[in-house]
Ligand binder design. Structure first.
Ligand SMILES: [Zn+2]
Length: 296
């Protein structure tokens, strides 16, 4: 679900952080792709839930207005931890952290005492961690209804962490005239451009098995990509080529047309969704393995 009307965006802008993320097409694709990528042991139990989980994939967004604290579980602004805002004058480089720096960042992101406005800057890592643990506990208890609900939320949060604009305070543009770039990337691009949709689940290292750390890794990958998306919205800089109408039926006068005209954004969206599917499968399987392990 994306809110495109500028008037409706205003309260969200004032509140800080996006309320939603990828639209249904992307969330459903990540859900199905993740479940089909599970190893046989966990797929035997979770695989048959595919239709239900795909149908319910937007519940976390749909309930963002009614569950207290839900809205901020869908993003994390890295600027709250000292990372600079997107700079559209430069080609962005990757955010590479040493293992120690990555651990320290994870601790800060999870620490309720770290000085930041958590409602404005997001709590996605702890949301992913708590859903993974709750899923494992529900599987262990044989509570399938609860497990399906937690699986829906876990997959959704992992997918949201791979939306590059969910890693920055500039989630809907640098300037007012860019408002709508968020929805154009996560909704229109995937809907209009088949090349933006996932084809399979990316391979994920076995070590990526803990929800909070995994989504933080995704957000760190996404922050420089957010700069690319925002710059593309202004007309595909850095490519040396003018935008071309790669995807069908893009009205020339439409705002944020740059997002739909730059072929490299299709590739970014597809890569993000394929990695989200791979990581969601990895976390689902880790929850399943934890549930089967002897109680400690
Ligand atoms: Zn969401």
């Amino acid at each position: 679900m994306a809110v495109r009307c500028a008037a409706l965006w205003l309260p969200l802008l004032l509140a800080g952080g996006p309320a939603t993320a990828w639209e249904r097409l992307a969330h459903e694709a990540v859900t199905r792709t993740a479940l089909r990528a599970l190893p046989p042991s966990s797929r035997a139990v979770l695989g048959p839930w595919e239709e239900e989980l795909a149908r319910r994939c937007m519940e976390p967004d749909d309930e963002a207005g009614t569950i207290p604290g839900e809205r901020e579980r869908h993003f994390l602004d890295l600027e709250a931890f000292g990372f600079p805002e997107p700079d559209l004058t430069k080609v962005p480089g990757p955010l590479t952290l040493t293992p120690d720096a990555a651990r320290a960042l994870l601790q800060q992101a999870l620490d309720p005492g770290f000085p930041r406005d958590r409602a404005r800057t997001g709590v996605l890592p702890e949301a992913a961690r708590s859903q993974q643990r709750a899923l494992s506990a529900a599987l262990r208890a044989g509570d399938d209804a609860a497990a399906r609900r937690h699986a829906v939320f876990l997959i959704h949060y992992v997918a949201d962490a791979h939306q590059p604009l969910h890693a920055t305070t500039r989630y809907n543009g640098i300037d007012a005239f860019q408002r709508g770039v968020h929805g154009a990337f996560e909704g229109d691009l995937v809907a209009r451009c088949p090349g933006a949709r996932p084809r399979y689940a990316a391979a994920v290292p076995a070590a990526e098995a803990e929800g909070a750390a995994v989504v933080l890794t995704a957000l760190l990958e996404g922050h420089p990509l957010a700069t690319t998306v925002l710059a593309a919205d202004l007309g595909c800089p850095w490519t040396g080529k003018p935008p071309r109408p790669r995807c069908r039926a893009v009205p020339r006068a439409r705002a944020n047309a740059g997002v739909l005209a730059c072929t490299h954004l299709e590739v970014i969206a597809r890569e993000r969704l394929e990695r989200a599917a791979g990581r969601a499968a990895r976390l689902l399987h880790a929850a399943w393995e934890e549930a089967r392990a002897p109680a400690r």
